[in-house]
Design a protein around this ligand. Structure first.
Ligand code: GLA
Length: 526
């Protein structure tokens, strides 16, 4: 949660702008509501380096802010931001040029605004300046037709090295607009313990008051476009998030109601909440929308899952559900995309709740309790729904492919059956089958009424860093899953997966990637 300079300041970002925004973050109460990051986006640096290749910034744009400081030292603004108990973010590009070269907005178009050729040097510099977060764009990489999966892994290693040298963590924000499906390679790319990746293009071109861009307007249809493009629930879990883009809530163009729709969409997606509006000019209603504690809690829920569409009663009349960490809790969005008022029915079975003994419903925007067992509503509403979880089926490993069997058969067809699908049980119990380094498979028959099943994976990882496994469902493109360290006791992560064979068994195969895999014991499917 934080603020980013791009949407409202474009290339005009400079020390004075950042100071005013950081102060407003505190004085508006946004910091108190949980917003932490002040992210400096493109425009802070004009591509200049000294003879040793060090980044040189304009000392007028980034002056000394306290006695003893040198003008042109980005550590000055970081100290200021940290002094307000906030965190500081910076921006670069994976290629040689940055977006300021390729598609300048208010700037004249500066060459060499990217980090390529200087990865180790630049990311070390960001950490030495004290930045806590780095967004890495893709304009230069795209222009050079680089492979993002390769480039972003290389950068992750430069970040790890900078962190090791300085002892200062640098959060990794990947911005390649969904090109080459980052949800398939970005989670934990290069071994990072946490990251976010953009899933689409820019939600709006910057609207900078008092410039030729001041008349641009944010539009709700663009908000929906980003939301729809960003739905990749299989990749999102435990610290790895689809990033739907910096928000336009509070910017010119959206009504109060549209701001709430926008916030509801980002919250049920568990997307990063990076506000793009000018914080010094927020209306009281936009501020209330951005700081609604119940809605923020949905976004920040510890399970970190992304909502999936569980029902569509007619064109544009949709029910979206995000499972929350508390057992039996869901955030549910009744989304009416049409121009007309309509009643959207929420069936508890669609969100895998039993409705027995009762389900309580709360409207999160009005903070009204709507009582128990109500089934239909006539507006766009974000609900907190609490009931009893529907049954969960426990599965043990169906097949394990050993290296010798692979060699003997020349294919992966030879598989050893360790056991068949277990009967439905309420939780992880029973004997554990263990994945060492061989792929393991589960044959899953979903009980859920919807295509997306929630899958809880019980595993151990004795290392100090995450281990990774790829999950391939029904032979589709695999998704990389990170398994954080567990020490000795088994732990559980939750993911959601599209089990599209509703009437037969779905094949879930986990394979270790990038070293030894986690020891998977069982999966529980709802
Ligand atoms: C790209 C990114 C934006 C912003 C601009 C800066 O378009 O997607 O978020 O960083 O570059 O030029």
């Amino acid at each position: 949660m934080g603020w980013s300079s791009w949407n409202s300041f474009s290339n005009t970002v400079a020390s004075a702008v950042v100071i005013a925004q950081a102060k407003a973050m505190v004085s508006t109460g946004m910091a108190g509501a949980g917003y932490r990051y002040i992210n400096i986006d493109e425009g802070w640096w004009l591509g200049e380096r000294d003879a040793e290749g060090n980044i040189v910034v304009d000392p007028k744009a980034w002056p000394a802010l306290a006695p003893g400081e040198k003008p042109g030292d980005m550590a000055n603004i970081v100290r200021f931001i940290h002094g307000l108990d906030l965190k500081a973010g910076i921006y670069t590009d994976a290629g040689k040029d940055g977006c300021g070269t390729v598609g300048p907005d208010l700037g004249p178009g500066y060459p060499n605004e990217g980090a390529e050729g200087h990865y180790e040097q630049d990311f070390l510099q960001f950490a030495l300046w004290g930045f806590d977060y780095v967004k890495v764009d893709w304009c230069g990489g795209d222009k050079e037709n680089l492979d993002p999966a390769v480039q972003y892994a290389e950068i992750a290693r430069a970040i790890a090295r900078a962190e090791a040298i300085t002892g200062h963590p640098l959060y990794y924000s990947i911005c390649n607009w969904g090109a080459r499906s980052p949800w398939t390679w970005a989670p934990g790319v290069g071994g990072v313990a946490a990251d976010i990746w953009r899933t689409g293009g820019d939600i709006v071109a910057p609207i900078v008051a008092g410039t030729k861009n001041g008349d641009r307007r944010a539009e709700l249809k663009e908000v929906f476009r980003e939301f729809d493009q960003g739905n990749h629930p299989e990749a999102q879990h435990t610290g790895y998030y689809n990033d739907l883009d910096m928000m336009v809530a509070g910017m010119p163009g959206l009504t109060d109601a549209q701001n709430r729709v926008h916030m509801s969409l980002w919250a049920i997606s568990g997307s990063p909440l990076l506000v793009g509006a000018d914080l010094t000019k927020l209306s009281s209603s936009a501020l209330a929308t951005l700081t609604n504690p119940a809605v923020l809690a949905v976004d920040q829920d510890a399970l970190g899952l992304q909502a999936v569409k569980v029902a569509e009663s007619g064109p544009g009349l949709e029910v979206w559900s995000k499972p929350l960490a508390n057992s039996g809790s869901r955030a549910v969005l009744l989304l009416n995309r049409t121009q007309a008022a309509a009643t959207i029915t929420l069936r508890f079975s669609d969100v895998n709740l039993t409705g027995n003994p009762s389900v309580t419903i709360k409207d999160l925007w009005s903070a009204k309790d709507l009582g128990s067992l109500r089934a239909s509503y006539s507006a766009t509403v974000l609900l907190l729904v609490k009931g009893k979880e529907a049954a969960t089926a426990l599965y043990e490993i169906e097949r394990i492919t050993t290296t010798s069997e692979k060699k003997a058969s020349g294919s992966d067809a030879a598989k050893k059956t360790l056991g068949s699908t277990a009967q439905a049980q309420s939780d992880h119990t029973g004997g554990a089958n263990v994945l060492k380094n061989q792929p393991v498979s589960f044959a899953v028959r979903p009980a859920s009424r919807t295509n997306f099943a929630r899958i809880r994976i019980a595993y151990t990882n004795p290392d100090a860093a995450p281990r990774f496994a790829e999950l391939r469902v029904n032979g589709r493109v695999a998704t990389k899953i990170a398994f954080p360290p567990t020490e000795t006791a088994p732990a559980e992560i939750s993911i959601q997966s599209l089990l599209d064979r509703l009437d037969s068994k779905n094949d879930l195969e986990f394979s270790a990637v990038g070293g030894p895999g986690p020891e998977i014991e069982s999966i529980a499917v709802q």
